[in-house]
Design a binder for this molecule. Structure first.
Ligand SMILES: NC(=O)c1ccc[n+]([C@@H]2O[C@H](COP(=O)([O-])OP(=O)(O)OC[C@H]3O[C@@H](n4cnc5c(N)ncnc54)[C@H](O)[C@@H]3O)[C@@H](O)[C@H]2O)c1
Length: 318
């Protein structure tokens, strides 16, 4: 199977690529523009083993560049697309909404246009739990009203879901949009809380906790996310689905830091600060649909996942 992965040098993309490369029948076409949100060095390290494989080909470029996309699709028989390339931070989207519109919405539409032209009939897209905004009810299920995103980032993901539905109907492309719930594990982005806190705790520096520590997240371990993507890639019963992919545990911010303290055998210096604009109070995932449609079942507990991350961090930090 010839699979194009966009955002392939990032945290999730590089991990999915490594897993798909194990099957030598897969040919992976990977693209990334090394967006400067975090250092290129980290992304190069993410792909260092993949680029040695004969069934992996990397293209450096931007999904908003039509000529670049055209070259890839013209010269390679792409059969399926895993679309992860995006500006991914929530808070920075507030100061740079247009940058997010360009990369996330315009980039997605340009990719869909080239898929339409070259008759590529399958895409799995990385949407986000942030589309739910601040919900009163929990758990969050796919049929809830998502008309109140709390950040430009969330609004771009919501817009993408709508364009994806549109293209699936107009051009007969089978699309699954996975709403990912806070992903963590080896290679996690350095801006995300767990990675950031471990780095600060290692240096005995204070960790900033926004709110009173009671905000909660359904953390999802990277290996469970990879399983979700692979199941969605093989799913072909319906034209369009939006499916939550969450983890085994819902954990408060305070509990998350407790777990880091345990894994690092070290006390954290906690500083409680005002909630940040754009942040939501909780993300609690309903997995009913993922179980029913994708046979998805998260396997890694938060305790195990944090232990794995801390171990990875010690030998891989840059
Ligand atoms: N990590 C999470 O908790 C999480 C949660 C929900 C959704 N997501 C989504 O999953 C996807 C992957 O997230 P991640 O955590 O691996 O982030 P990441 O930043 O590590 O990966 C995204 C990659 O996309 C690349 N990219 C950005 N703009 C691009 C462009 N215009 N053209 C080509 N490449 C571009 C970046 O260089 C980066 O390597 C994103 O779409 C993100 O919004 C992530």
């Amino acid at each position: 199977m010839n699979i194009l992965i966009t955002g392939a040098a990032g945290f999730i993309g590089s991990t999915i690529a490594d897993k798909l490369l194990i099957n030598e029948d897969n040919k992976i076409f990977a693209l990334d523009n090394f967006d400067d949100y975090y250092p290129k060095e980290i992304k190069e390290k993410n792909i260092q083993s993949a680029i040695l494989k004969s069934n992996y080909k990397f293209f450096e470029g931007d999904i908003t560049d039509e000529a670049f996309l055209e070259e890839i699709f013209k010269n390679n028989k792409i059969e399926k697309v895993i679309h992860l390339a995006a500006k991914a931070g929530v808070r920075p989207s507030i100061s740079n909404p247009l940058g997010y519109v360009k990369a996330n919405i315009e980039g997605t539409i340009k990719l869909l246009e080239v898929m339409k032209k070259y008759e590529v009939k399958k895409m799995v897209f990385a949407s986000s739990s942030s589309v739910y905004g601040n919900m009163d009810k929990e758990p969050f299920s796919e049929d809830m009203d998502v008309s109140k995103p709390q950040s430009p980032y969330a609004a771009t993901k919501l817009a993408c879901e709508q364009f994806l539905y549109n293209y699936s109907q107009l051009y007969n492309i089978k699309i699954v949009a996975l709403r990912l719930f806070t992903v963590y594990g080896p290679r996690q982005r350095p801006d995300l809380a767990i990675n950031k806190f471990v780095r600060l705790m290692e240096k005995d520096e204070t960790i900033p906790l926004y709110g009173d520590g009671s905000t909660k997240r359904n953390y999802t371990y990277i290996d469970d996310i990879v399983e979700g993507f692979i199941s969605a890639l093989n799913y072909n019963k319906t034209d369009f689905e939006i499916i939550n992919i969450g983890g085994k545990n819902v954990v408060t911010l305070n509990e998350m830091v407790d777990e880091l303290e345990y894994a690092m055998s070290k006390k954290a210096k906690r500083q409680y600060l005002e909630m940040q604009p754009g942040d939501v109070y909780k993300t609690v995932c309903s997995l009913d649909k993922a179980k029913r449609i994708l046979n998805y079942e998260p396997k890694v507990t938060f305790k195990e996942g944090i232990k794995n991350f801390v171990q990875w961090y010690k030998t891989n930090k840059i």
